[in-house]
Design a protein around this ligand. Structure first.
Ligand code: C2E
Ligand code: MG
Ligand code: MG
Length: 574
C-alpha cells in the first residue's frame, strides 16, 4: 500500500514538474517576437504558439492545414516554401528562408528544425516564423546606398569604379577600347548662387536622370560629385560612341531644364574623354585623366569636348615637374619682385608701382607668373609665395620711402586662397605695422573670380581693410562677370580695365564703345580707373581724353627689378 502511495506521489510530482515546464514554455513563446508551429508526428498533433494570430488570418489544426502557408506567400517564394514546410520529405533536419508574403510588402523569416528518432523517422518538427519587414527595408536601403547616389539615382563613384574595373578586365581579354567620359555643367556655381542650393540640386538631379536614360548595355553612368558626372562605354562604336553621346547631350541641352517654382535654366556642358588602353589601364586613373581634360578644356571656353592624348600627357608631366620644383622654390624663397610704375594720365606724375613676382629658375632665368601662379594656386603654395610678396614689397616700399622721401602707392596682387584665410586681415595689418607703412600707401589687387566664389566673407574682409585705409583694386576688369548691379555692392576703390580692351581700342569701334562705357560707369560710381597694358602714345591720348585716371603699360615703363626702379625714382626727383 505504501508502495502504491509512493508511486502516486511520484507521478504527481512528475506531472506538476511537467505542467510547470509547459507553463514556462508558453510564457516564453508569448514573449518571443514571432510565431511557432509545433508538430508531433508520433501523436499526430499540430499546435501554433506565440504571435501566430497576429501574423496569419488562419489557424493550423491539422496536417493538411499546412498547405495554407503555401497560399500565404508570394509566388516567387513558392518553390522554396515547400522545402521549408516539409524538410523531412527530403530527409533534411533544417530549412531556413526569407520570404515575401502575398501582400507584396511583408517579409517573414522561416526557420524549420526536424527531430528524427533513432530509426531515422521524423518525430517532431518546429517552425519558427518572424516578421523581418523592417530589417529588409534597412537592408534594401543599405544596398541602395552602397551602389547608388541618393540625389541622382545614378551609380555612386565607388560602385562605378568597380563596374569600370570589370569593363577594363573584359577589354584586356577582348582587345576592345573603353571610353571614360567626364561631364561637367558649365558655370554651375552661378546657378547655385543666383537660384539657391535647392534649385541647384534639382538641376543636378534632372541632368543625372537624363544621363541615366542614355545608359544601356555596356554604357554606365555615375555622379562623381557636385556637378560632375562620369560615364563609361565598353567598346565604343556607332550609336554607342562618345560622339553619339556628345550629340545626344547637345540635343537635350538645347532645351532648358524646368526646375522648381517655375524656374528654368539653360546650360552648356563640357566633356573630357580618356580611353583605355591609351591613357591608362586603371579605372581611377582614367577618371582622373578625363577630369583633367574636362577642366583644362574649360579654360578654352564652355561647352567643349576634349580628349586626353599624348600632348596633354606631356603637359601634365611637365606641370608635375613644375609643381615639384615650385615646392622647392617656396622653401628656398627663389623669387624676385619686379615693379611696374603707374602714372596719372593728366600730369604724368607717379601714382604708384605694381609688385609683380618672378621665379628664379635653376639656370638663373626668370619665369613669369602666368606660368607658375596657376600651379601655385592649385597646390596651395600661392599662400606662402603671396605672404612673401606682401612682406617683401612692403619692406621695399619702406626703404624707398625713406631713401627718396616721397609717398606713393604699392599695389600687390592677391590670390583667392590668400583671402580665404582667417588671418588674412590681421597678417596684412601686422606687416604694415612692422615696417611702419601707412595702410593708405598699400593697395590690394583682386580679381572678380575671388568675389564670385565667396562674396560675403571676402567682402567683409575687404571692408575691414578699407576701414583701416587700405585701397582695394579690381584687376583685369571686363574679363569676368562685370555686371553693373554687382559692381555697386563691391567694396573697391579702383578698377583696372583689362589689357585686352586696350589692345584693340584703337582698331575696333565696338571695343571703343565698351571701354568708354566702362570708364563712364567707373567714374559715376566714384571709382578710379586704371588702364593696363598701354603700349602706344595714341592709346594713352585716347584713354586720357575719355577720362581714364591712371596709365600703366610698357609705354611709360616695363616691370623693373628694384635697382632699375631706383634709377627711375632718382630721375623723378630731378
Ligand atoms: P596683372 O596683375 O594684370 O599684371 C599685369 C600684367 O601685364 C603683368 O604681367 C605685366 O608685366 C603685364 N603688362 C603690363 N603692361 C604691359 C604692356 O604694356 N604690354 C604687355 N604685353 N604686358 C604688360 P606679369 O608680370 O607676367 O603678371 C601676370 C599676372 O600674374 C598678373 O597680371 C597677376 O595676375 C599675376 N601676378 C603677378 N604677380 C603676382 C603676385 O605676387 N601674386 C599673385 N597672386 N598674382 C601675381
Ligand atoms: Mg595686377
Ligand atoms: Mg591685370
Amino acid at each position: 500500500m505504501n508502495e502504491l502511495h509512493y508511486q502516486v506521489d511520484l507521478l504527481r510530482a512528475i506531472n506538476r514538474k511537467q505542467m510547470e515546464r509547459e507553463r514556462m514554455y508558453l510564457k516564453v513563446c508569448q514573449v518571443a517576437v514571432g510565431a511557432f508551429l509545433y508538430v508531433s508526428f508520433e501523436r499526430g498533433q499540430i499546435t501554433t504558439l506565440g504571435q501566430w494570430s497576429e501574423y496569419f488570418p488562419f489557424e493550423i489544426k491539422e496536417f493538411r492545414d499546412l498547405e495554407l502557408l503555401l497560399d500565404a506567400v508570394d509566388e516567387s517564394c513558392l518553390l522554396q516554401m515547400g522545402d521549408v514546410i516539409y524538410p523531412e520529405k527530403s530527409g533534411r533536419e533544417t530549412a531556413d528562408m526569407e520570404c515575401l508574403l502575398r501582400d507584396g510588402r511583408t517579409w517573414m523569416q522561416f526557420r524549420t528544425r526536424v527531430y528524427y528518432n533513432e530509426k531515422g523517422k521524423p518525430d517532431e518538427k518546429v517552425i519558427y516564423i518572424s516578421d523581418i519587414t523592417k530589417l529588409h527595408a534597412q537592408k534594401d536601403e543599405l544596398t541602395y546606398m552602397a551602389y547608388y547616389d541618393s540625389l541622382t539615382g545614378l551609380y555612386n563613384r565607388n560602385y562605378f569604379v568597380r563596374l569600370l574595373g570589370e569593363y577594363l578586365k573584359r577589354a584586356s581579354e577582348t582587345g576592345c577600347i573603353v571610353s571614360v567620359v567626364v561631364i561637367n555643367i558649365d558655370e554651375f556655381r552661378k546657378v547655385n548662387d543666383s537660384m539657391g542650393l535647392v534649385v541647384g540640386d534639382e538641376l543636378v538631379r534632372q541632368f543625372g536622370a537624363f544621363l541615366k536614360e542614355l545608359c544601356r548595355e555596356d554604357i554606365i553612368a555615375c555622379h562623381l560629385h557636385s556637378d560632375v558626372y562620369c560615364m563609361a562605354i565598353y567598346d565604343p562604336v556607332g550609336n554607342k560612341s562618345v560622339s553619339f553621346l556628345h550629340r545626344s547631350i547637345q540635343e537635350r541641352i538645347r532645351e532648358p531644364f524646368y526646375l522648381k517654382e517655375g524656374k528654368d535654366v539653360s546650360i552648356t556642358v563640357s566633356m573630357g574623354v580618356a580611353e583605355y588602353p591609351e591613357a591608362s589601364d586603371a579605372a581611377l586613373e582614367l577618371i582622373n585623366c578625363a577630369e583633367i581634360v574636362v577642366f583644362k578644356g574649360k579654360a578654352c571656353g564652355a561647352g567643349t569636348l576634349h580628349y586626353f592624348d599624348a600632348p596633354v600627357m606631356d603637359e601634365l608631366l611637365h606641370s608635375i615637374e613644375l609643381e615639384n620644383k615650385l615646392k622647392k622654390a617656396v622653401y628656398s624663397k627663389d623669387f624676385v619682385i619686379h615693379y611696374q610704375p603707374q602714372y596719372y594720365a593728366g600730369n604724368r606724375r607717379l601714382r604708384g608701382v605694381e609688385a609683380l613676382v618672378r621665379w628664379k629658375g635653376d639656370g638663373g632665368e626668370l619665369i613669369g607668373p602666368t606660368t607658375f601662379i596657376p600651379v601655385a594656386e592649385n597646390n596651395g603654395s600661392i599662400v606662402p609665395i603671396g605672404r612673401w610678396v606682401m612682406e617683401e614689397s612692403i619692406r621695399q616700399y619702406a626703404v624707398w620711402k625713406q631713401q627718396f622721401g616721397f609717398p606713393f602707392i604699392m599695389s600687390v596682387n592677391i590670390s583667392a586662397l590668400q583671402y580665404k584665410r582667417e588671418d588674412f586681415v590681421d597678417s596684412v595689418m601686422e606687416v604694415l605695422d612692422r615696417y611702419q607703412v601707412r595702410p593708405t600707401e598699400l593697395e590690394l589687387e583682386i580679381t572678380e573670380s575671388v568675389l564670385i566664389e565667396d562674396f560675403r566673407s571676402v567682402a567683409e574682409k575687404l571692408r575691414l581693410l578699407r576701414e583701416q585705409g587700405v585701397k582695394i583694386s579690381l584687376d583685369d576688369f571686363g574679363t569676368g562677370f562685370s555686371s553693373l548691379a554687382y559692381l555697386k555692392r563691391l567694396p573697391v576703390d579702383t578698377l583696372k580695365v583689362d589689357k585686352s580692351f586696350i589692345d584693340t581700342v584703337m582698331t575696333d569701334s565696338s571695343t571703343r564703345v565698351i571701354t568708354e562705357s566702362i570708364i563712364n560707369m567707373v567714374k559715376s560710381l566714384g571709382f578710379e580707373a586704371i588702364a593696363e597694358g598701354v603700349e602706344e602714345e595714341q592709346q594713352y591720348r585716347y584713354l586720357h581724353a575719355i577720362g581714364c585716371d591712371v596709365i600703366q603699360g610698357y609705354l611709360f615703363g616695363q616691370p623693373l627689378p628694384p635697382e632699375e626702379m631706383e634709377s627711375v625714382f632718382s630721375d623723378l626727383l630731378q
